[in-house]
Structure formats: structure tokens, C-alpha cells
Design a protein around this ligand. Sequence first.
Ligand code: AMP
Length: 280
Amino acid sequence: MQKVTSVTEMRTLAEELRSKDQIIGLVPTMGALHEGHLSLIRQAAEQADTVVVSIFVNPTQFGPSEDFSKYPRDLEADLKRCEEAGADIVFAPTVEEIYPKGYSTFVTEEFVGKPLEGVSRPTHFRGVTTVVAILFNIVRPDLAVFGQKDAQQVAVIRKMVQDLQFTVDIVTAPTLRETEGLALSSRNRYLSNNQRLESLAISEALRYAKGMVEKGELRSDRLIAEATHILGEKRRVRIIYISVVDRTTMEAMREVVPGQSLLAIAAWVDEVRLIDNVLL
Ligand code: AMP
């Protein structure tokens, strides 16, 4: 496995691979890799000849009061994990490589990214689409793998790819969870034992709502009421949003359409912000 930090070197390498007809798979990450990220790398390895994992804590997707400077970083451990999971190249540029002095161009998707995360994090997806567009232009991958855990992110990126006519296939990988149900996230390491226990209410609420749908309940307000009740029993948990939405557009749905809807939750567990969702 090769580690690359320069944009020019990454671009040259990718061009060489393309000239040899290698299918290139890209897995964009912010590092602090866990099994969820590794499952994306394995998925990419199944579909591509060469897997590029980018590790870049992207400053433009953090709000002014968010955790950019204290976001967990552990490149040495990440490199080992990437190699074990089957990555061929790790692209770990500096902030200056991606955003040189005077950088001033941003990509904004203006519909799918507006609700849910877009309400409380109004500049978040602008940072995500911008960095993903830059990565696509450097690596020019045939496919890129994203986690269903960040359902709105996947929807926003699919819309950007469609609107800007990128030729990359977007592959979605299922959410990996701990045995008790908590979705794996780099931010879970901020949780104390008590917070971790209370955060289980999020996946429990999603599971319960999914069960209701399987028994025939399709009304969103009823699902949301039950899920809210489960979360309301935990004193550390404060709901930011809970919504049944269309998987592609992120528009709110009054009724579940099986195969087309998802239930999304964002909540504070004390000062840790967690998101999760379930396909309905
Ligand atoms: P991040 O490093 O948090 O930006 O995440 C990088 C990629 O890993 C994104 O596509 C995420 O959706 C994905 N990811 C994060 N957590 C999980 C998880 N628990 N299961 C599957 N994919 C995940």
C-alpha cells in the first residue's frame, strides 16, 4: 500500500492506473477509521481493481462552533487499518494541498441538503460537496463508496453527481453497528459509559419504528410519536430532528412508502451530536 500526500502525485498515479484500464474505487473519509469505514473499503475492493482511501479532515464542512480542531486524528493507526482492509493507496493531503491560499470556489447543492442536517448545520454540505468534487477531479474514480449512516450526505452527493454530470458510480454501503445497536461513528469515542448507554435509545427508536412499519403502520406521525417517546425517556438525549423522508430527495413524507422512505434522527447526547437512520 502506498501513502500519497501530494495532489500532483495522486493525480499522476491515478492517470497511470487509468491508462492500464484499472477500475479505480474511491472511499472518502476523515480518518479515525473504525469497522464502518473498513466495510466501505472492503466493498470498494470487491468492485474495483485499485482502491484509493482519502483521509482528510475537511475544514469547510465544520461549522464555526464545531469540533474541527479536536476531531480525532490517528494517521498511523488508520494506515494499518486501510492496508488490512485492502486499500492500495491512501491519499492523505494537507489542508493547504486541497485549499491553497486564496482558494475561493465552492459547490453547493441547493435542495436535498436543505432540510434535516441543513437546518442546524447550514454550511456543512457545501463543504462536503466541495471536497468530494475536488477529490473526484484529482482521483477521477470509476466508483466511490459512501455509508448509509450519513443518508442525507449520500443523497446530496448523488444529486451533485447527476447535476454536474460526474461520471462516477456512487455505491452505498449499509450502516455498521455495535452489537447493542449503536451505529459506529468516529464521534462515539467522545461518549462516556453513561452517555453511550443512553445513546442506545437512538437505534432502539429506529428499530421500534421499523417494527411498526413491518406490522403495517405507515403513518409518519405515529412512528415519530413512538420514537420520540423512546428518546424522551433518556435525560441526556435531546432530539434535534426526527423525520420520515424520501431517500432520494430528503423531503418529508406523511406516509411511509416501503422501499422509498427512511426515518432519520439527529440528537444531542449531552454535548455529543449523533445521527442515525433506518430504511423503511
Ligand atoms: P467520515 O469519516 O465520518 O466522514 O465517514 C466516511 C465514510 O464512512 C462516510 O461515507 C460515512 O457514511 C461512512 N461511515 C461512517 N460510519 C459508518 C458506519 N457505521 N457504517 C457504514 N459506513 C459508515
